[in-house]
Ligand binder design. Sequence first.
Ligand SMILES: [Zn+2]
Length: 167
Amino acid sequence: MQNLKPPKAPKHWDQRFLVLASNIAGWSKDPSTKVGAIAVRDKRILAQGFNGLPVGITDSDTRLNDRELRLSMTVHAEMNCVAFAAKSGVCLAGSTMYIWPLMTCSNCAAVLIQADITKIIVPDFVEPIRWQDSFNAAREMFIEAGVSVHRIPIRGPLDSEEEESDH
Ligand SMILES: [Zn+2]
């Protein structure tokens, strides 16, 4: 008999969406960094994205294994999420973006601000040193633009515990 029960979900909605973003990150073909992003409003998913080469651009081993070339062609998860929403005519204004496992880079931060995303939620993992300058620039921009940034634990209780609900 198969086990038909789904994996145990976190109770807090912010953790649920971060876990979902981590799942989507797994769809990335990037050999070193896999990132997932989802835009959510009123507990509903508006769009999702993961990092990768644009649609129709062949992800050959040559491209994927040459770091410089790969990074120059890669669309980050956050930008893919915004692009996908634009393609399908979905407005992201006022939405929250959940990103796993890293903070947004400054280039993506600029686009998220322009798309009027108002809240960013990322896990409270240790940040890689080489991205630190970009992450700090992103935080500075978000503060100035009035976008709130929250780093939360992926498991366990949160400060602002929100009750599990079915809607
Ligand atoms: Zn980025």
